[in-house]
Design a protein around this ligand. Structure first.
Ligand code: NAD
Length: 259
């Protein structure tokens, strides 16, 4: 049985993953704004430092797995917080936890990306580059001209940047060379409190409901929790640098010739 850090452990897919890991006998160190083993606000650098240190203290310096599920969806005015939580709330924690992950024999990391990465048109390259360069203000400035679509752009860019970060780091000696399997999970629309919030606003709900999902309907948080548990299991020992889409077919619908 392993010790796993789970951010976003208080709701939605992070909670589903944490509950399933605990039920299987693992130790989970949950991080969230409240109702967590390590309460922390990942939208600030101090909050991220506190979260990183709190988890390392609780884990005793060795982590078998990490699930980075804390995140914010696109909503009016949410841009700065989305940028901070969805990108920096992943990469700064993982950089801090890397030695503890390396101390485990076959550590596994699941980062929550999104199929917004491949289904959102016109995300500027410079926004993604700004994230990868560690400049959230520049990322926000670079999408201002999108007006009402700016929150969606910053959301998609944050998830694209975090996916690039995963694939670039995954193969390096400090990560794969240290036995750490770094992968991302890219869900489509999953019925969680995040999507419920979008569905409760008339404008956002039109966009969510008209989005093409070949299999129909919404994904289920419990099923995504099962995918996380699988990606942390021995069955995933050879999975490195992959972005796994679980989205009812939307990514294939938009990009049938890409894989
Ligand atoms: P959710 O809103 O149910 O849960 C997200 C959790 O993140 C919450 O517990 C929240 O408190 C936590 N969080 C938010 N801001 C935080 C902060 N500043 N500090 C600490 N914790 C914070 O959402 P969910 O749908 O389960 O989303 C989980 C992940 O999956 C997110 O990264 C999201 O972007 C991604 N995702 C969701 C969907 C979807 O359709 N639900 C689709 C693709 C990707």
């Amino acid at each position: 049985m392993g010790v796993h850090a789970v951010t976003g452990s208080a709701s939605g897919m992070g909670k589903a993953a944490a509950d399933k890991l605990r039920a299987a006998g693992h130790t989970v160190i949950g991080v969230d704004v409240e109702e967590a083993d390590v309460p922390a606000d990942l939208s600030t650098p101090e909050g991220r430092r506190a979260a990183a240190a709190g988890v390392l203290r609780a884990a005793g310096g060795r982590l078998d797995g990490a699930v980075l599920a804390a995140g914010l969806g696109p909503a009016p005015g949410s841009g700065p917080a989305v940028a901070q939580v969805n990108y920096f709330g992943v990469v700064e924690l993982l950089e801090a936890w890397r030695p503890a992950l390396a101390a485990a024999e076959k550590a596994k990391v699941v980062v929550f990306s999104s199929n917004a990465t491949t289904t959102t048109p016109l995300v500027p390259r410079r926004t993604i580059t700004a994230f990868l360069d560690g400049d959230p203000e520049k990322a926000i400035r670079s999408v201002r001209h999108f007006g009402r679509a700016a929150p969606l752009m910053i959301y998609a860019a944050s998830k694209l940047a975090v996916s690039h970060w995963v694939r670039r780091r995954a193969v390096l000696p400090e990560w794969a060379g240290a036995g750490i399997r770094l992968n991302a999970l890219a869900p489509g629309a999953i019925r969680t409190p995040m999507v419920e919030r979008l569905l409760s606003s008339p404008a956002e709900s039109r966009a969510v409901e008209s989005f093409p999902v070949p299999i129909g309907g919404y994904g289920d948080a419990e099923q995504l929790g099962d995918w996380v548990v699988f990606m942390l299991s021995d069955a995933a020992d050879f999975l490195v640098g992959s972005v796994v889409f679980v989205d009812g077919g939307s990514d294939a619908y938009f990009r049938p010739d890409a894989w």
